[in-house]
Design a protein around this ligand. Sequence first.
Ligand code: IMP
Length: 184
Amino acid sequence: MLASGNPHKLAELGAALPEWELELLPRGDYPPEAGATYEENARGKARFGRLHADPGTWVIGEDSGIEAAALGGRPGVASARWADDGVARLQHELAGVGDRRARYVCVMVAIDPAGRELVVTGTLEGAISTGPPRGDEGFGYDPVFVPDGESLTVAELGNAWKLEHSHRARAAAALASAVRERGG
Ligand code: IMP
């Protein structure tokens, strides 16, 4: 069970966790993302999901954001709510700024049926493009985010690329190995 209503997130996790039969928990009453860290928010979603999911299943809570180096890591944990149009604000705040480095971060808290919690992280390093947003796949900041080693934005690289390389795919791969190490 993925404690989220976002189908993009489900797709990215599902590819990295092929043995898991993941489903979304779309609800209107998630607790607000009021934590100071990704981990607190991910744990809040996971524990909320635990209350509503089948007791025999795992529940995954996920929180993510984008961190611009020149903005001291902002918007970070506030990425989903710092502006109506986050892309426009990011471009505005970085207008004329030479240091375009940014990274995506994803933290997942997974709770097993016994209530034990695992925490994993995935990151994707890159830069905020100059010029207009490019590409129409992905979501959020993808049309202005160019991963290191690429010249296209994530929205141009597309959903198939994200399934393999995104911060979320990397966190999900880390979760799969943590679960394997623990013996299931
Ligand atoms: P949350 O994890 O649902 O709180 O949302 C995090 C916010 O960070 C999203 O609304 C997006 O603005 C941004 N974000 C997180 N992951 C991605 C991604 O893979 N692509 C683009 N934007 C992302």
